[in-house]
Design a protein around this ligand. Sequence first.
Ligand code: RIB
Length: 306
Amino acid sequence: MNKIAVIGSNMVDLITYIDRMPAQGETLEAPNFAMGCGGKGANQAVAAAKLGADVLMLSKVGDDMFADNTLVNFTRYGIDAQFVQRVPGVSSGVAPIFVQSDSHNSILIVKGANAHLKPADIDAAQAALRDCALIVLQLEIELETVYYAIEFAKANGIPVLLNPAPAVKGLSREHLSQLDFFIPNETELALITGQTVDSLESARAAALQLVQDGIRHVIVTLGEKGALYVGEEGEFRVEGIKVDARDTTGAGDAFIGCFARHWSEDGDMRNAMTRAVAYSACSVTGLGTQSSYPDAAAFAHFLDTL
Ligand code: RIB
């Protein structure tokens, strides 16, 4: 199995299930609460690992009770966490999340230790990174580290994937153009390109612009409508799968982790996307982020039911 490197965040998810958001000054009772391991980087690493991938994680935890839990969690899934280090005097990343009864969510993130993952940490892990078939990045760490990772990947001939979440404006065009994979959702695609994305056709046009700027493969995740590919392999869409959604938190990360696991195995784009769409759909039928990701056996069972 080819090794995947995830250079990114970890968070402790503090998930409150709500009937509605409180108004300013209002105190409101919520029916349920759950705490779990999250963070877009860690979620993607865990999704890939649960599906059998060999995963190397570069991340930072804080100097608090959450750190041990996160480290144990990586180990539980067989993720190589030798480059997940503690930062003294700093909190771990945390994410208060509010999930409404229609399954949709609002998320706040406090980066904490994640802001301390620096280019020097990539240098320190360079020998291990050179063994990887794919480097996976998101935007919950500092941009300078993301850009350095892209430069490192290009200099070493390692394919590099950026999931631009959470989206920020003004990403460096020079770095974006070096990406092998760019996987935004529609909102992120609109923010990053400055184009309106409100239909399949407008998503296609915005993705095509990025491909013309130099990105090899753009995949737009479309939620229950599936995913759209525009790039070196032409243009195609993978249809979505209808499920009874309970909690959509982390569905995008499930897509990325599953896609990375399958593409890095054999380079079959359509198969990796088809599986990623299904894996993401399966994840929204459960509660929480990593806790809702099926392992390979449970995912095979889900595919059999379709
Ligand atoms: O994508 C979902 C994730 O976003 C959550 O796990 C939360 O930690 C935030 O990073």
